[in-house]
Design a protein around this ligand. Structure first.
Ligand code: MG
Length: 454
């Protein structure tokens, strides 16, 4: 379903360009009009310099439509999602642009179940926005704002899902890189609650994100790795701008990609469970499939995007989901990705297994990944995918959940159309580097051939 403003994770834009006070006011009015007759909304924001302006702009419109607002202050997105269900309110708005650069901002709209609204609701809100018919109420109907701090309740709930006694006995040390963002407000407290010695870096909130930037990619997390070495820490954790994602490092200072850590969660949290369903996007590593086969589990594939993972988890009654960008979804807590919950669960795994982090990673299957992109006019994308699907040879399985994924005995190729650019993204994974290179050429070749023949 084509949408004009909503993307994979809410609405994002550059401040002053697309994301102006007028836009925020109109869009918030549209959201509030959409939830007509629904009483209360929670609102929170990340640590960006523009976040107060955007948040108060949104609150002004919401109050004008007769909806009561609970202001949670500066918080991680998962804390706001927790607040929606904990306080049993009807909707939530999180002001954040997650991992985007400092001059961006955005809003995530959260439904009454704590998960971001589905694309049908996004579409309805956009229609209200375009019509500009907003349900503003009279002076008598204007509502008020209450401020609530739910940090303690949120941390207590996270703590209740792990074995505190065992973690305390392991006497762990952890380096937390908050990235000058809201993860610094909760993860160190969660870990301290579990008896872990915490060393925080980039923990001062600063909307310029001067420390290591706002996106926690392993290449940028060198200070975190060095601090682990200097302090002999057992593991490390870094969050993105709204702390829904978590990237982990080991006791040797090596920072791992999210596909490794989600595999650890899958293995150690599901192996003793009856329900071994793991929900993950089609772009996830083959490691996940190997682990699932090994323990007799089941993979439930989704399109790329955390909303799909969350909603599929609910539908399939799954305990766990994961994304290779470091998103971990733990249903007993909430079916959304949550960086602080991930931190507590990793401490639990280290305590339960009594192994070092590097040893846990070493025991995972090894694969090589490659990716590239190739131009393709938007109007030809459907036909190219159809051609690839019909002309592929020797694939043991073809998934068409999001693009075309061709699965072979120990490798795969994913040809996925970009939602915003006239390109295909090609992802491959194989057992050796040479094979991965070859598969990438094969994937590019398939699209080129399809373009010639369509
Ligand atoms: Mg995020």
């Amino acid at each position: 379903m084509k949408r004009k403003f909503f993307g994979t994770n809410g609405i994002r834009g550059e401040i002053g360009e697309f994301f102006t006070p007028v836009f925020v006011s109109k869009m918030s009015s549209a959201i509030a009009t959409f939830m007509k007759n629904k009483g209360t909304m929670v609102v929170g924001s990340d640590s960006r310099t523009s976040s107060p302006a955007v948040k108060y702009g949104a609150i002004s419109s919401i109050l004008s439509t007769g909806i009561e607002v609970i202001d949670l202050g500066t918080v991680p997105t998962p804390l706001l999602q927790f607040a929606v269900t904990y306080l049993k309110v009807d909707f939530g708005i999180m002001v954040t642009a997650s991992h985007n650069p400092p001059h961006f901002n955005g809003i995530k709209v959260v439904d009454s179940d704590g998960i971001e609204i589905d694309i049908h609701k996004q579409k309805s809100i956009e229609e209200i926005y375009e019509r500009e018919k907003f349900d503003y109420v009279s002076w008598e109907g204007n509502k008020y704002v209450t401020k609530i701090d739910l940090t303690k309740e949120y941390i207590d709930q996270i703590t209740s899902f792990v074995n505190v006694e065992k973690i305390q006995k392991r006497r762990l040390t952890c380096v937390v890189d908050g990235g000058n963002a809201v993860g610094a407000l909760t993860t160190p407290l969660v870990l301290k609650n579990l008896g872990i010695r915490v060393l925080s870096i980039n923990s001062n909130l600063d909307g310029h994100f001067p420390g290591r930037g706002v996106e926690p990619i392993p290449e940028k997390l060198t200070l975190m790795g060095e601090t682990v070495m200097q302090t002999k820490a057992d593991f490390s954790i870094a969050h993105d701008g709204d702390a829904d994602r978590a990237i982990f490092g080991d006791e040797k200072g090596i920072v791992h990609y999210g596909d490794k850590s989600i595999a650890l969660f899958q293995k150690w949290l599901l192996q003793d469970e009856q329900n071994k369903k793991f929900v993950t996007p089609v772009s996830s590593s083959r490691i996940i499939e190997d682990i699932s086969e090994e323990m007799g589990g089941e993979i439930v594939w989704t399109p790329v995007g955390c909303i799909y993972v969350s909603r599929t988890m609910k539908e399939k009654d799954s305990l766990l989901g994961g994304e290779e960008n470091g998103g971990i979804f733990y249903a007993p807590h909430q079916c959304v990705r949550d960086g602080s919950m991930a931190a507590a669960l990793m401490a639990d795994i280290l305590a339960q297994t009594n192994k070092t982090f590097s040893k846990l990673v070493e025991n995972l299957p090894q694969y090589y990944q490659k990716k590239d992109r190739i131009d393709c006019p938007n109007k030809l994308k459907e036909r190219v995918m159809e051609y690839v699907k019909n002309n592929v040879q020797k694939a043991s399985e073809i998934l068409t959940i999001d693009g075309v994924k061709l699965i072979y005995p120990d490798s795969w190729i994913l040809i996925r159309p970009s939602g915003t650019e006239p390109i295909f993204r090609i992802f491959v994974e194989a057992k050796t580097n040479d094979k991965a290179e070859k598969m990438l050429d094969d994937g590019l070749g398939m699209v080129k051939e399809a373009l010639k023949n369509t």
